[in-house]
Every structure is written in structure tokens, then in C-alpha cells.
Design a protein around this ligand. Structure first.
Ligand code: G
Ligand code: G
Ligand code: MN
Ligand code: NA
Length: 254
């Protein structure tokens, strides 16, 4: 209850901040993009984890306004850093189920891109399986319209839900993000390599790029190379960072 009341005012009080986690090319180890992750710091509650406040924001209908802020901020920062370093920075934004069901999402994405002067092809939206689970015509239609804008769509947390494989055919996604549970030591010991390898193979056959999440060790990185996974994200390379640190990270020229 306390969280809900505080959450209602968090946006106007400027308590949200974006963190940035690099995505790395598995073969060249060069930076390929960045995922933005929302952080909320309340003066009394302190740092509240997204897994705690995002479900509440969804339930109470705050996620639309928060999500809109995230989109606008991500495009603005993406544009500024891209200009500063003379590259096109690819930015991934998490979009929740309720945002996907909102009629305004396509317009908001379009406006965020236009106002920031950020190219649509540099924006990726990450959708979870649970966001797609109520597979209404409406969400398929929203996804098609987003694709027509030129943004990239990723299926996030792949492997944590059910009936995942059929989603790959049904929804117009471009990128598959393999959940970090695939890359725990114990998962990889139990023939996990073959499993990941088969998933990558299948995704490639469907024309999708594959991103591995939660990569923490060189060993796992080695197996990603063997599996021909395209990109990796995880503490091995960098934790999610506040903007000044991410700026320094870019300066160091990865
Ligand atoms: O950031 P971790 O850093 O703890 O993020 C936890 C979860 O919160 C992830 O599943 C992530 O998808 C979700 N999340 C982080 N930022 C956002 C955001 O801006 N919007 C939505 N909808 N989910 C987010
Ligand atoms: O959007 P998504 O559910 O994929 O959110 C990514 C989550 O994974 C965030 O909470 C982020 O902080 C976390 N994360 C990123 N890299 C690592 C990692 O190497 N190990 C672990 N345990 N978590 C990670
Ligand atoms: Mn994500
Ligand atoms: Na994920």
C-alpha cells in the first residue's frame, strides 16, 4: 500500500532513472547495443527493485505513463550518445503487457522517436512471453504497426514460460533473448550446450538474431561462441550502469 501511494507520485517527483547494460557481439566482443533498465529510488523506501514495483504499476495503471517516460528518455539519451560518439547506438526498451494492450503505444513510440530525432531502426522493444500470452488480434496488430514504423522487436526472457516455440512463428519478432536460467553452471552441465545450440540453430533458420542474457563467466562465453549465439549481455562485461558510468564505458571505446 505504501509502495502504491509512493509510486503514484514517483514520476512527477523525478524519482526514476534509467540504467544501461551493454550488449556485446559474441565473436568480436564489440558493443552492439544497450538495454535500458528502470530504477526507482524513493527518499524513505530507498531503492525499490523493478520486480517489486512494475507489477504494481501494471495493476494500478501507472505503467503507461512510466513506460512513456522510459521510451522518451531512452530515445533522447540514445540520440545524444550516438551523436557524441559518432555511432548509431542501438537501444532496447522493455515493454510490459499492459503497454502492449494500450491503443496509444504505437503513437507514443512514433512521437518519442520523432521528438528525439532517433532513428526507428535503432530502437528495439523487448516483449515478454507473458505479454504475448493473451494473444489477441489487438496485440498482433500493434506489433505489426510497430514493425511498420521500423523498430525491432525482441522476445525477452525466452525459455521461462510455456508454448514458447509457437510464439516465434506467430509474432513478428526479430530477436530472441535467451533467459539467463539457460546459462547457470548446472543447466549447462546437463547437456545445456546442445540445447542452446539447437535453439540458436532454430532461431537462425527463422531469421532471428539470438542474444544470451546473464553471462557471468568466460566458460559460458566460450560455449556461446561454439553455439554461434550472436550477442551476449551480463556481468562478465558490465552490470547495468547509471548514465555517467555508461558514458565513461563508451568513452573507453569498447
Ligand atoms: O533490472 P533488473 O535490473 O532487476 O530488471 C528486472 C525486471 O524488470 C526485468 O524483467 C525487466 O524486464 C523489468 N524492467 C526493467 N526496466 C523496465 C522498464 O522500463 N519497463 C518494464 N515494463 N519493465 C522493466
Ligand atoms: O528484462 P529482463 O528480464 O531480461 O532483465 C534483465 C535482468 O537481468 C535485470 O534484472 C538485470 O539487472 C539482470 N542481469 C543482467 N545481467 C545479469 C547477470 O550477468 N547475472 C544476473 N544474475 N543478472 C543479470
Ligand atoms: Mn529485458
Ligand atoms: Na530477459
Amino acid at each position: 500500500l505504501q509502495i502504491e501511494a509512493a509510486l503514484r507520485r514517483a514520476l512527477e517527483l523525478g524519482q526514476f532513472e534509467l540504467y544501461y547494460q551493454p550488449r556485446i557481439d559474441v565473436r568480436t566482443l564489440r558493443l552492439r547495443g544497450v538495454e535500458v533498465l528502470l530504477r526507482w529510488t524513493h527518499p524513505e523506501l530507498g531503492r525499490v527493485p523493478p520486480l517489486e514495483f512494475i507489477p504494481i504499476a501494471e495493476e494500478r495503471g501507472h505503467i503507461e505513463a512510466i513506460g512513456k517516460w522510459v521510451l522518451r528518455e531512452a530515445c533522447r539519451v540514445g540520440k545524444r550518445l550516438g551523436d557524441k560518439y559518432g555511432t548509431m547506438l542501438h537501444v532496447s526498451v522493455n515493454v510490459s503487457a499492459r503497454q502492449l494492450r494500450s491503443a496509444d503505444l504505437v503513437t507514443e513510440v512514433e512521437q518519442a522517436l520523432r521528438d528525439a530525432g532517433f532513428p526507428p531502426c535503432a530502437l528495439e522493444l523487448e516483449l515478454t512471453e507473458s505479454a504475448l500470452i493473451d494473444d489477441t488480434e489487438q496485440s498482433v496488430d500493434v506489433l505489426r504497426r510497430l514493425k511498420r514504423l521500423g523498430v525491432t522487436l525482441a522476445l525477452d526472457d525466452f525459455g521461462t514460460g510455456y508454448s514458447s516455440l509457437s510464439y516465434l512463428k506467430r509474432f513478428p519478432v526479430d530477436v530472441l533473448k535467451l533467459d539467463r536460467s539457460f546459462f547457470l553452471e548446472q543447466s549447462l552441465d546437463a547437456n545445456g550446450d546442445e540445447f542452446v545450440s539447437a535453439l540458436v540453430h532454430m532461431a537462425h533458420a527463422l531469421g532471428l538474431k539470438v542474444v544470451a542474457e546473464g553471462i557471468e563467466t568466460e566458460d559460458v562465453m566460450e560455449s556461446l561462441r561454439a553455439c554461434r549465439c550472436d550477442e551476449a549481455q551480463g556481468y562478465l562485461f558490465a552490470r547495468p550502469m547509471a548514465l555517467p558510468e555508461f558514458d565513461k564505458f563508451l568513452q573507453s571505446g569498447v
